[in-house]
Design a protein around this ligand. Structure first.
Ligand code: NAD
Ligand code: DAU
Length: 358
């Protein structure tokens, strides 16, 4: 890691902090940095869940505000109220399948929402040379699809294929345009597939665990030969902490897990772990695997060349895929109440009870 930090966060706007990666990030960073204020702004869509954040909700350096980042007036009010030094921008509609069914919400939250934040930051920060940073959390999906060989690198051209990745790519372009045109101090990270605690069970790994628990069919798209590069969410959160404090303003980092697997191999691995943890007959859950019709426009393979972040900032993942998956399976098996609650919308009731009349 470089000797001196390039940025010193003091008052941090975290968008989308009630979602999967955002809540993992806050659960780690709020206790780690008691002198830093964290303002979590989340619309609480179906994917946002305040239950994830119960252990920090009374922390003196943490505040939750329910707001839509695409709502310009709400965002401007926030910037009037808090003197943000730092923005860590997670908020997004994040599920590719939902973007195929209903793309407009992705344009509103992912693209327009990002521009609203950039504009608010530009107005609040002006061209001051003081220490500020806009950290944009993006995805490897902006680069499109790889064949059997090679990896995404910093030179790979943008080629998004789904409405989700197109909306994220557009946001990345706006972030760079604000850096280029107005000198906004930005950092962009493009990360591979995350997995771990608190991931909404619409995504492959928690969906497999949940269906296996309920002995329901496990839908595998197409032939199951598509490849993803899996990274444990805690490794991603540590990478963000490092890039934010030590990364160069204006830099882009590619973050990946060296965890490439075909979907079919991954599903089998997860199912075998579930069998082992539950004491079921080894490999018995594999019979639940059901091949279903493919995702339209399904990207074949993603893989990340993470040399730049390793060589410049010394970050590398700590979890092996096997250890990370075992820990994740154990987490879901010991949080069945959480699963039940996110699946039946009772967390909205929790929110209404907790925040009514405040
Ligand atoms: P998620 O869907 O679990 O959570 C998204 C959060 O954003 C939710 O809490 C939701 O309520 C909130 N949100 C959505 N629209 C909003 C809006 N208009 N205003 C305010 N809040 C809003 O997503 P995630 O998996 O945690 O992903 C977080 C970020 O990381 C996203 O930007 C995503 O593109 C990126 N990313 C995700 C992965 C992955 O594998 N999950 C990999 C790389 C990058
Ligand atoms: O690469 C980073 C991206 O990873 C993030 O930007 C996205 O926010 C995140 O959702 C994830 O996108 P994917 O589409 O790769 O993740 P998902 O879990 O939806 O699917 C993983 C793979 O599994 C993909 O090839 C599709 C396949 N799949 C998925 C589901 C939900 C199935 O075969 N069956 C399923 O039921």
């Amino acid at each position: 890691m470089p000797a001196a930090p390039t940025h010193h966060p003091q008052c941090v706007l975290v968008t989308g902090g009630a979602g999967f990666i955002g809540s993992n990030f806050l659960l780690k960073m709020v206790p780690r940095y008691p002198d830093v204020r964290f303002i979590n702004v989340d619309k609480l869509t179906y994917a946002g869940n305040l239950l994830n954040l119960q252990s920090i909700e009374d922390a003196p350096n943490y505040v939750f505000v329910r707001a839509d980042i695409a709502d310009r007036n709400a965002v401007l009010r926030l910037f009037d109220r808090y003197r943000f030094t730092t923005i860590i921008h997670f908020a997004a509609e994040s599920h590719v399948d939902r973007s195929i069914l209903a793309p407009l919400a992705f344009v509103e939250s992912n693209t327009l929402g990002t521009v609203v934040l950039l504009e608010a930051a530009r107005r609040a920060w002006g061209d001051s040379s003081t220490d500020r940073r806009f950290f944009h959390v993006s995805t490897d999906e902006v680069f499109g699809s790889l064949g059997e060989e090679s990896c995404f690198t910093l030179d790979t051209p943008y080629d998004p294929h789904s409405p989700y990745s197109a909306s994220k790519a557009a946001a990345d372009h706006f972030v760079r345009a604000y850096a280029h045109t107005y000198g906004l101090p930005v950092t962009i990270s493009n990360c591979s597939n995350n997995y771990g605690p608190y991931q909404f069970p619409e995504k492959l790994i928690p969906l497999v665990i949940n269906n296996a628990l309920e002995k329901r069919a496990i839908p595998v798209y197409g032939t199951g030969q598509n490849v993803r590069d899996w990274l444990h969410v805690e490794d991603h959160c540590e990478a963000i902490d490092t890039m934010l404090q030590y990364g160069a303003a204006g830099a882009t980092y590619l973050v990946g897990g060296h965890g490439e697997r075909t979907n079919l191999d991954l599903v089998r691995l997860v199912l075998d772990l579930v069998d082992e943890e539950l004491g079921r007959i080894p490999e018995s859950s594999r019979r639940l695997i059901t091949f279903v019709s493919d995702r339209p426009g399904h990207d074949f393979r993603y893989a990340i060349d993470a040399r730049y972040i390793r060589e410049t900032l010394g970050w590398q993942p700590r979890y092996t895929l096997n250890d990370g998956l075992r820990a994740t399976v154990r987490w879901y098996l010991s949080h069945r109440e959480w699963l039940k609650q996110v699946l039946d919308a009772s967390y909205r009731t929790y929110y209404e009870t907790q925040y009514a009349n405040r």
